[in-house]
Design a protein around this ligand. Structure first.
Ligand code: HEC
Length: 129
């Protein structure tokens, strides 16, 4: 017996939803060396490496993977596997008080693509890949 047209429609909707979700979860593997470090270099290194104000004030040294994962003098700013609640993502997305949005005191904030990249990388485990 042929499928009722309403059943066909439901199947169609399920396919569309699956395709949409698949496209949104950022399946593409993000690389620390190739994707993340260049973004940090462009927006953060100036203050968060040796001699920079951000490193002096917070203790966060982004010049290496180890330094990035170690975080500030108060502790980690990256929760591997959980981009949404990682301090670093909260700051670059401007979800904290705007006075501490990073990059600090600057207008060259990250693009949506750049913040998404960082978030996906953390969601994927914040690996040194
Ligand atoms: C112009 C200098 C400057 C730049 C550029 C900069 N920061 Fe900062 N950052 C600071 C200073 C100063 C502090 C410490 C004082 C504060 O939190 O306001 C800080 C603190 C932080 C903290 C710790 C906040 C906390 O609550 O303990 C994080 C995380 C951080 N920065 C991330 C970043 C990221 C990610 C970038 C690049 C997207 C960046 N910063 C770029 C100056 C900078």
């Amino acid at each position: 017996m042929p499928l009722k047209s309403s059943t066909k429609f439901h199947l169609f909707l399920m396919l569309v939803t699956a395709a949409f979700l698949g496209g949104c979860t950022g399946d593409k593997a993000v690389s620390y060396a190739q994707d993340i470090q260049p973004v940090l270099k462009k927006h953060c290194f100036e203050c968060h490496t040796q001699g920079g104000d951000g490193l002096k004030a917070s203790g966060l040294d982004m010049s290496s993977y180890a330094g990035l994962m170690k975080g500030t003098k108060f502790g980690p700013v990256i929760k591997a596997g959980d981009g949404l609640s990682s301090t670093l993502v909260i700051l670059v997305e401007g979800r904290a008080d705007s006075s501490i949005k990073m990059p600090h005191g600057k207008s060259n904030f990250l693009s949506n693509d750049e913040t998404a990249l960082i978030r996906n990388w953390i969601d994927q485990g914040a690996k040194n890949n």
